[in-house]
Design a protein around this ligand. Structure first.
Ligand code: PEP
Ligand code: MN
Length: 264
């Protein structure tokens, strides 16, 4: 397979504008779960840029479990993300939910996110594979590492090698907690593939108190970066409220990350 170490022994570096993912120095992707308003995304993005952040995240098209939950601002959300990029200087990644939206989202975003629920949406994988945009492929909660890499293969097979994998927690079968952040997957992926891999401890734990410790553990496990959900007023978040960390907590976390990184 194209994503395997047999095909390419050297680790891939994926570029998002001038940010390199996989070059040995961890990349931090941060931002709210959803773009909620102009004020919200501009406040968060400018503060993140000032604190230190490489790539902004924010959902405009949201994959919600209930059809009655906030579904995102759609096209307007993309425009707000572009404005936030302008103001903060941060490139952005945002999710694309369906093949027909790929052209629209790719017209705005610096990186396309395939959500966990769409990991095996083969038509969508093929469509993003036909673009030249970097793709962030999240792991489905039910997928083993090989199945996940096969999903990545769909994108590479269309000619797009700019793929970054993202661990975001797998389904627990026996434990009471529904989520398990699979940090051992970092080593499994590194042994099988040349693709860079980041970890999302926000969705991986669903609990803001666990995000900091798991972020540090993820870096210690050797991943190429983190995806973190951050909100200027976490309690008002329209989605994933329980896992959103404040800008203050983000600052504190970044200091610990820098300390860990200088010791590595
Ligand atoms: C997200 O990043 O907000 C998201 C919906 O993630 P996942 O697909 O991992 O649930
Ligand atoms: Mn979320």
């Amino acid at each position: 397979p194209l994503c395997s170490q047999e095909f390419q022994a050297k680790k891939s570096v994926v570029k998002v504008r001038d940010i390199e993912i996989g070059n040995g120095s961890p990349v931090i992707i941060a931002g709210p779960c959803s773009v909620e308003s102009r004020e919200q995304i501009l406040t968060i993005s400018t503060n993140l840029a000032a604190a230190g952040c490489h790539i902004l995240r924010g959902g405009a098209f949201k994959p919600r479990t209930s059809p009655y939950s906030f579904q995102g601002l759609g096209h307007d959300g993309l425009k707000l993300l572009a404005e936030a990029r302008e103001m903060s200087g941060l490139p952005f990644v945002t999710e694309v939910l369906t093949p027909v939206d790929v052209e629209l989202v790719a017209g705005y975003a610096d990186m396309l996110q395939i959500g966990a629920r769409n990991m095996q949406n083969f038509a969508l994988l093929r469509e993003v594979g036909r673009t030249k945009k970097p793709v962030l492929l999240k792991r489905a909660p039910w997928a083993d590492v090989v199945t996940w890499l096969q999903a990545a293969e769909y994108i590479l097979a269309e000619g797009n090698f700019e793929v970054v994998l993202c661990e975001r927690g797998i389904a627990a079968t026996q434990a009471s907690s529904g989520r398990h952040l699979d940090l051992a997957a970092v080593h499994k992926v590194q042994n099988l593939s040349h693709l860079p891999m980041i970890v999302d401890p926000s969705h991986g734990t669903g609990d803001r108190r666990l995000v900091g410790p798991m972020a540090l553990a993820s870096l210690e496990a050797g991943c190429d970066g983190l995806m973190l959900e951050v909100h200027h007023q976490p309690e008002t978040s329209l989605s994933d409220k329980e896992q959103a960390i404040s800008l203050e907590d983000y600052d504190g976390m970044l200091k610990k990350i820098k300390l860990l990184n200088s010791q590595m």
